[in-house]
Design a protein. Structure first.
Length: 508
């Protein structure tokens, strides 16, 4: 019999990402339509993908949102297809059922025909939840036993490393599935693993190997999909004795000889090649700064130069030194996004070109003493900026508080989605219109000191070596922006901001 005053909501949960919620959804929605005569809207369906039922309420976003909405009076029935879809934690669900009963909300499990508003149903629900929790505990113990058994048989647990695949009887073997590289040729991930160890044995660093693997077009293969290589991934591969036919003893020991056991699989990498690679890794670890980077100072290193192209697409990327054995005396800089991920088309730029451009910019700051005093007098005669107190931060805090309050109201169902979006757009428009108060004017004495320093800064730049130029750049600027091999913007340090504004405004 349909209940005209009923406002049901549905909770759907699966424990792993590869499980499907469509069957749960279809059967539960059909039952709700038959029992209550309603079709649930999207905001009345709470879904959890890949969430364990053993988690506490704080780690159950779907259950927590449904519970809060019911407690706020938005719904009268909280429905699950099976009781173990609600939770496998008796303490959590017992507390939820008690609180829902206190405000007159029914908890319904369709398959078990449980409705906690009926006499005796809460007892049955608690018993079934106890069985669900026990089943979960038993399953966890069985999984541990299975892992211990696999270890005794010499089989690994978890995802197999790059270049390997599961063979007959679950024994790892070479991954010979063909993959297409960037140049159109065909290879395998096993060949890629051999390539990694070969490059390491030839003396290439992990960063250089990473760059080369991404240039060739190899990708890692995991449950999260194909991904490009990272330096940490290459380091883990080079230190993984799985490639020598061993398996880790446990999670706490993965890099020492004592933490490895003989595996059932054959070695994937020749022991001689492994040994040469380990020798080179040890050499790099003992002399981490033995390359060109330590002997050659970089005036624009340490994150000073940022890429304009990457910033336009919302990515913060820095130019760093590009090793080039063919031109050791003409070092270049390359965007990190281009070097590591090939996601930026910004060209490389020689450091000497940046230094030459910086000298031209600094030449504009060479202020003669007579012009300096005239500028200071003009600056001192200007009326002070508007002394209105800066309440921009307070306004931003107020709007952010209002946005947070809207989120909370939406979670508990106090406002509908359309009203929520309208108010959010209004608040965001107000936030965009906030204008910061003008910065306080520096004292004339401070300007005089900084002007005296800038009076001959170009001579300092010409006479300085690489290390001194690096310190000078960091003293005068916070960021150097580069696009198409040109310095398009310099962000001055706070102490010199006033002089940059005066000069750029044409006061000289």
């Amino acid at each position: 019999m349909p209940q005209p005053d009923a406002r049901p909501c549905l909770l759907i949960r699966v424990s792993t990402d590869d499980q499907d919620t469509r069957q749960q959804r279809h059967e539960a929605l059909e039952w709700i339509h038959q029992q209550f005569g309603v079709t649930l809207e999207t905001d009345a369906i709470f879904e959890e993908d890949g969430v364990s039922g053993r988690n506490d309420l704080a780690d159950r976003p779907g259950l927590n949102a449904a519970y809060q909405a019911c407690m706020a009076g938005r719904f009268t029935h909280l429905i699950v297809r099976k009781i173990d879809r609600s939770a496998r934690n008796l303490a959590v669900m017992a507390s939820i059922i008690r609180e829902l009963d206190r405000v007159g909300v029914s908890f319904i499990a369709i398959m078990e025909q449980i409705d906690t508003r009926q006499f005796g149903s809460k007892l049955v629900a608690h018993m079934l939840l106890s069985f669900a929790e026990h089943f979960s505990d038993n399953l966890a113990e069985e999984v541990k036993k299975g892992k211990r058994k696999r270890k005794r048989l010499g089989l690994p647990n978890g995802h197999l490393p790059f270049g390997s695949a599961s063979g007959a009887g679950g024994i790892p073997t070479r991954d010979t599935e063909p993959v297409t590289l960037r140049d159109g040729s065909t290879s395998t991930r096993y060949d890629g693993a051999v390539c990694i160890f070969t490059m390491a044995a030839e003396g290439m660093t992990a960063a250089e190997i990473t760059r080369r693997m991404n240039q060739l077009g190899y990708t890692t293969h995991s449950h999260k999909g194909d991904r490009i290589f990272a330096t940490t991934t290459v380091r883990r591969i080079l230190c993984n004795r799985f490639y020598l036919g061993e398996i880790p003893r446990d999670k706490r020991h993965t890099s020492t000889d004592r933490g490895w056991l003989p595996g059932a699989h054959e070695p994937l990498i020749d022991s001689a090649l492994w040994g040469r690679a380990q020798e080179q890794l040890a050499r790099h670890a003992a002399r981490p700064m033995s390359g060109r980077h330590a002997s050659h100072p970089h005036p624009f290193g340490r994150g000073m130069v940022q890429c304009v192209t990457c910033a336009e697409r919302g990515v913060t990327a820095y130019f760093h030194a590009k090793p080039d054995a063919r031109k050791p005396f003409y070092p270049s800089m390359i965007c990190s996004e281009r070097a590591m991920r090939h996601m930026c088309g910004e060209p490389t730029v020689r450091e000497c070109e940046l230094e030459s451009q910086m000298e031209r910019h600094l030449a504009r700051l060479c202020i003669p003493s007579d012009a300096r005093e005239a500028l200071l007098a003009t600056y001192a005669a200007k009326p002070p900026p508007d002394a209105t107190p800066d309440n921009a931060e307070a306004e931003r805090a107020r709007i952010q508080h209002a946005l947070d309050a809207l989120d909370a109201k939406l979670d508990v169902g106090r406002i509908d989605a359309a009203t929520y979006r309208q108010k959010v757009r209004q608040l965001q428009s107000e936030l965009a219109q906030i204008v910061d108060a003008p910065p306080a004017a520096p004292e004339v004495d401070v300007l005089r000191e900084t002007a005296a320093y800038l009076a001959d800064v170009v001579s300092l730049w010409r006479d300085a070596d690489g290390w001194e130029r690096a310190e000078l750049v960091r003293l005068l600027f916070t960021t150097v922006w580069v696009h198409d091999r040109q310095m398009v913007r310099l962000d001055p340090a706070p102490a010199f901001t006033a002089w940059f504004q005066i000069i750029e405004g044409g006061a000289e």
